[in-house]
Design a binder for this molecule. Structure first.
Ligand SMILES: NC(=O)N[C@@H](CC(=O)O)C(=O)O
Ligand SMILES: [Zn+2]
Ligand SMILES: [Zn+2]
Length: 428
């Protein structure tokens, strides 16, 4: 297959030859081979597919919230070619059997995937590390959906075990001992942000990084929501990720969002949001990941202390970032690095993350000048809602995973490919 007349994030014009699952060449003026399929990119932007290192696809256990089939369609339509699933399913992914049963469900995935292993008091590290685990994580330092919060001793043990097996660790860093209990008297949506304080994140990030340094290994901080958290991770020499919702939404949006804006860590002040954005723009933040955490409308439509935490996001992340780039607030190379090149480097995926000969043909084509309005009910996630209702997003014309089209949109409508996703820790 030859993709002609593409523009890369760095502005280069080129053709891209795809041979089977891999990129064979990236050059200007490649000649078409006999019988070769030609895809004209019409000068549009060709990016490496997004590697979303943080999704909750909910199987096994909660198929009413999401399945691998629906979650991965949402990913494909959003330009995400690899997803990494988190362990707070039912059963939690803390034993060999639980990992195996999740791997069976993941066979429904349209896109490539990683499967994380979790840590609870009764986890089985030997069983887990004998399997193709993507990372240990998210390791919960405080309770979130699934109530998998653990204590400091178990965390230190877990980081040591992971280092022994050369497996990366990702951390949900909040410290419940510094949550503000006085907020519990309120029942407005902002009470959640008042309760789970910014300080609770900073303290937990520092603690997690200190353990990483002691053990002599890296930890990756999931969904950092404050400039203090980002800076603490960065100063300790660790990596971190930011979600689109912490980048683009703040406590000021909670009047509109209500309990649909409840997530962990919670939305922060407009000042903190803007400071996080600065750190995303200047490269202090390594990765954008969605923490795609679908819950049904019915579940979210509850009081602030009863609604589950989490928002969907795998389909809208890259589209929102490309709209930020269209508006001139980010550049395309930064978007590429945050969504593909950096996650591939941080999590050691040498075949992913770049439009370069030898890498997997995980590719997304977008017309960067043509945004579309986001409508929750049109997204493929079972959630059927989004905190970005009515925002603009620049969505893919097509998405390809290892040379296979998984999503295409044109004047004739939309088409999805077949389930063919592979575990990225196998055979690599
Ligand atoms: N972020 C959330 O608010 N919720 C996540 C869990 C998590 O990532 O902490 C979920 O699984 O629902
Ligand atoms: Zn989390
Ligand atoms: Zn999460």
């Amino acid at each position: 297959m030859l993709i002609t007349n593409a523009r890369l994030a760095d502005g280069r014009r080129c053709d891209v030859r795809v041979d089977g699952e891999r990129i064979a060449a990236v050059e200007g003026g490649l000649d078409t081979h006999a019988d070769e399929r030609v895809l004209d990119a019409d000068g549009d932007l060709l990016l490496p597919g997004m590697i979303d290192t943080h999704v909750h696809f909910r199987e096994p256990g909660y198929p009413e919230k999401e399945t691998w089939a629906t979650g991965s369609r949402s990913a494909a339509a959003g330009g995400v070619t690899t997803v990494v699933d988190q362990p707070n399913t039912e059963p939690p992914t803390v034993t060999g059997n639980a990992f195996d049963s999740k791997a069976e469900r993941a066979a429904d995935s349209l896109v490539d995937f990683g499967l994380n292993a979790g840590v609870t008091a009764d986890w089985k590290p030997d069983e887990l590390f004998a399997r193709p685990v993507f990372a240990l994580g998210e390791v919960f330092l405080a309770d979130s959906t699934g109530e998998m919060g653990i204590d400091a001793d178990l965390f230190a043990t877990a980081v040591r075990e992971a280092a022994d097996h050369d497996v990366p660790v990702t951390v949900h860093a909040e410290d419940a001992t510094v949550f503000d209990g006085s907020a519990k008297e309120r029942d407005d949506a902002d009470a959640w942000s008042a309760y789970r304080t910014a300080e609770a994140e900073a303290i937990a990030v520092e603690r997690a990084c200190a353990v990483g340094r002691e053990v002599g290994s890296g930890v990756h901080i999931a969904h950092t929501s404050t400039p203090e958290g980002v800076d603490a991770a960065n100063e300790a020499g660790m990596t971190c990720e930011v979600t689109p919702h912490h980048l683009l939404l703040s406590r000021d949006d909670l009047d509109d969002l209500g309990t649909f804006g409840r997530m962990n860590p919670p939305l922060r002040s407009e000042e903190r949001r803007a400071a996080v954005y600065d750190r995303v723009r200047d490269g202090t933040v390594d990765v954008i990941a969605t923490d795609h955490a679908p819950h049904t409308r019915a579940e979210k439509d509850a009081g602030i202390w009863d609604a589950p935490s989490g928002v969907p996001g795998v389909e809208t992340a890259l589209a929102l970032l490309l709209e930020e780039a269209r508006q001139g607030r980010l550049d395309y190379e930064r978007v590429r690095d945050l969504t593909a090149t950096n996650p591939a480097a941080v999590f050691d995926l040498p075949r992913k993350g770049r439009v370069e000969a030898g890498r997997d043909a995980d590719l997304v084509l977008v017309d960067p000048g043509s945004p579309r309005e986001i409508r929750g009910e049109e997204l493929r996630s079972k959630a059927g809602w989004t905190p970005f209702e009515g925002w603009n997003g620049v969505f893919p014309r097509w998405t390809m995973v290892r040379g296979e089209m998984v999503y295409e949109r044109d004047e004739d409508g939309e088409r999805f490919g077949e389930a063919g996703g592979e575990n990225v820790r196998l055979s690599r």
